[in-house]
Design a binder for this molecule. Sequence first.
Ligand SMILES: Cc1ncc(COP(=O)(O)O)c(C=O)c1O
Length: 425
Amino acid sequence: MASSGQAAKHTAGAALGRLMPTPGQVATASAPARPRTCSRLAPFGTTIFAQMTALALETGSVNLGQGFPEGPGPELLRQVAVAAIEEGDNQYPPGVGVRELLEAVALHQQAEYGLSYDPSHEVLVTAGATEAVASAVLGLCEPGDEVLMLDPSYDSYAAVVAMAGAVRAPVPLRYDGERWVLPPGELEAAVTDRSRLLLLNSPHNPTGKVLTEDELKEVADVCRRHDLIVVTDEVYEHLVFDGRRHVPVATLDGMRERTVTISSAGKSFSVTGWKVGWACAPPELLAGVRAAKQFLTYVTPAPLQRAAAAGLRATHQLVSPLVEELASNRDLLAEGLAGAGFPVRGAEGTYFLTVDISEVTDEDAVGFCLQLPYRCGVVAVPCPAFYADPEAGRHLVRFAFCKRRSSIEEAVERLGRLRGGGSRP
Ligand SMILES: Cc1ncc(COP(=O)(O)O)c(C=O)c1O
């Protein structure tokens, strides 16, 4: 384990070399003339989350990089999944999803938001929200169509837009000194006659922003006027803090008919590894999503679908303590980071907060995050990976607070050592 500055530099440098190659782009004497990885995907390399989690394991650091909770998941869900496996529910379920989950999703949308979906024709189960987003983009866009998305955005969006042969059109979020905002006019300014679809995400990864009702109204207005389809990723729908309320864009006037609303069990019920997601949309939109999904995973494991349905039926019982715990972790981490000298951009929801490192170091976020495990034994995620132009996220680092209290406490203690220059614990 590196302890001196020189060794740390060497080790981080080696890590950088290992982390950065993009498959198919590296030419060697024995490499074939044509790269193996297709040009659409070569620029994306390995996801930043996998890279930083590998670094956390390698260095024994507290992993505040990738957004997954450390616990085993709720007992209720585990029991339902195990019972379904034991009862033999282990063959292909229906392609659209098991009836129990389709009905639970429809009931949830009705009870939470007053949105009415027919479980037979307007709900589709997917392999996590990731597959729902991918299927929506692949199933609803032609090559060359422009896909508007908030900038920064969750990293899978840009990759799936590239897979579809579509074009990413960034809509910048800005920090106004107090909170992240979607400045008026930015969405309208990004629309062209090739715009097909807006890929929205609120509560938002990586900023922790929750879109306000005014922002949503403007989004709805632009989408209606330009006849845009909206694909909205609402996986953090229940993880909002300080009395805020998540408002699905589909609830706004004239929006249900043009919106694919996506969520999943992973974040709401702390089972991120299960990858049980769903999409709700009117039949003519859902048909496109289903057309792609059936040739991706085809189905999602039935026992996990049954457990997700049980989770949805017990949403409040499961989510209320989680939100309390997350908000309290957020406060502890924000305090610790502020104490270590970092200006914190607070989270209104999600698992994440961001810090601007430009006031404490000249390093960029990638260099900073590669060194952090060696300096103080904490892993975070550099935000350039979330931006269309990585330079825009040059000074931004994301920390996840969806971890055990003891992990947050340990991370805060370690980050505190940075004030004295930092050394490996
Ligand atoms: C905004 C967003 N969408 C989707 C996902 C992935 O969801 P799932 O695991 O259900 O595919 C994540 C995970 O971090 C996320 O942050």
